[in-house]
Design a protein around this ligand. Structure first.
Ligand code: PEP
Ligand code: MN
Length: 451
């Protein structure tokens, strides 16, 4: 497949460019921005339109209840996290979770990383004040630096090119890991066996791990060794936040004449930028990638229905994913009406649960954190609601890392609030660590099975 690369993508030529856009950086040097965007518009695509279409067909299966979606990764990727070890650990964790879910759910698990592009963050305030000094807020490595200095916090459009390069090298390694033999199903299962053997929480899952082991031994004895055991289909996604970047990477597919954002397979619009008459939704309506939209607890039925009209007018399963993030205390109350009315309208979006963003609180130590039990309870509520309505609980969207950080409290290998300072490494929101992520996968697997 070929993709036309038109060098003039930085002009005001797309309809969304004349609309207001929330959460955009204030670049101090417009000429430097123009140059960066012109360079980006000349770079090759990071993903192909055909891959985005393939993901749409996979998501259509999720919408119909024939597959489950696992989407996860950092809240904010960082340039200094682009290392073989960190990428491998994240991928390994996601693949381990996926194997457990595949077995328990007995349906294919569509695997999508918050990876290779998740460098931009919406913020509640545009400035940050410490000890009487006020500076621009950190908006992600794509925009400015995390350090609290004037120099670091100055938005620098060169960073957009660094984001592209960081995304390209991450995706390259992800593609190598997932197709080059490293992600062999038997290998991933062996890692899960290690987890079950070595971690205190792991022992609870011995039975499930043994069942998977027997299934694999049986297939092995039968001489079954399909290609699907050796390679993994894995997709990249991020929040489409900085529209100048996404626009520079929006290209016309020469096969079909349609627009694709070639910065990632799937992009989503966040809770803070989904205003119906603003640029982000207009942008999402024009590109042909699978689209996600976050829905928080204040989402009205009208908003959800209008989002469907704008983003999925053809009601094409797989095109639109609603990522609900209500909070454990609200999901049972807020979600049913949305699901019921959307379903009654004839639309069939993918529904997935983000059990992270409605459950953030500040610990006494001052750390922004989340309780593992709240995360689990929101997923439980999400399953209950869908089960009650006869709709499909399509998947989960989680913030996680493959490293042993201490950012969320709880889990089988319990992290306490007093431990948070030990390895609190996130540049933005608290992530589940490796063991908490695997805990979640086993517990969600049991829930799915119990349906
Ligand atoms: C996020 O996914 O990191 C995020 C900011 O989420 P939301 O838009 O749901 O607040
Ligand atoms: Mn986040």
């Amino acid at each position: 497949m070929t993709v036309n690369v038109e060098p003039d993508k930085t002009g005001q030529e797309f309809p969304w460019q004349s609309l207001p856009a929330a959460q955009q950086p204030e670049w101090p040097d417009p000429e430097a921005l123009r140059k960066s965007l012109a360079d980006l518009a000349s770079y090759p695509p990071l993903v192909f339109a055909g891959e985005c279409d393939q993901l749409r067909t996979r998501l259509a299966a999720v919408a119909r209840g024939e597959a489950f979606l696992l989407q996860g990764g950092d809240c904010a990727e960082a340039f200094d996290g682009v290392s073989a070890d960190q990428i491998r650990n994240k991928l390994k964790t996601l693949l381990q979770m996926a194997v457990v879910l595949t077995y328990a759910a007995s349906v294919p698990v569509v695997k999508i990383g918050r990876i290779a592009g998740q460098y931009s963050k919406p913020r509640s305030k545009s400035t940050e004040t410490r000890d009487g000094v006020t500076l621009p807020v950190y908006r992600g490595d794509s925009v400015n630096g995390f350090a609290f200095t004037e120099e670091a916090r100055r938005p620098d459009p060169e960073r957009l090119k660094r984001m592209y390069n960081a995304s390209a090298s991450t995706l390259n390694l992800v593609r190598a890991f997932t197709t080059g033999g490293y992600a062999d199903l038997r290998q991933v299962h062996a890692w899960n066996q290690d987890f079950v053997r070595n971690s205190p929480s792991g022992q609870r899952y011995e039975r499930l791990a043994k069942e998977i082991d027997s299934a694999l031994s049986f297939m092995n004895a039968c001489g079954v060794d399909p290609e699907e055991f050796r390679t993994v289909e894995f997709y990249a996604s991020h929040e489409a936040l900085v529209l100048d970047y996404e626009t520079a990477l929006t290209r016309t597919d020469s096969r079909t004449g349609r627009l694709y954002d070639v910065s990632g397979h799937m992009v989503w619009i966040g809770e803070r930028t989904r205003q119906l008459d603003h640029a982000h939704i207009e942008f999402a309506s024009r590109i042909s990638n699978p689209i996600g939209v976050k829905l928080g607890p204040t989402t009205s039925v009208d908003e959800a229905l209008t989002l469907i009209d704008r983003l999925d007018p053809e009601r094409e399963p797989g095109r639109l994913t609603f990522i609900t993030r209500m909070g454990a205390g609200k999901v049972r109350d807020r979600l049913p009406e949305l699901v019921e009315k959307v379903t009654a309208s004839g639309a069939m979006p993918v529904w997935i649960c983000d059990p992270m963003h409605g459950n953030t609180y500040e610990a006494e130590t001052g750390h922004k954190t989340r309780r593992f039990d709240d995360v689990l309870d929101e997923v439980k509520g999400f399953f209950e609601v869908h089960r009650g309505l006869g709709t499909h609980p399509g998947g989960i969207h989680v913030e996680l890392t493959g490293d042993d950080v201490t950012e969320c409290v709880g889990g089988g290998d319990e992290v306490f609030e007093d431990d948070l300072h030990q390895r609190y490494e996130t540049a933005c929101d608290p992530r589940l660590n490796r063991s908490q992520s695997l805990d979640l996968a086993f517990l969600v697997a049991e829930m799915y099975r119990g349906q």
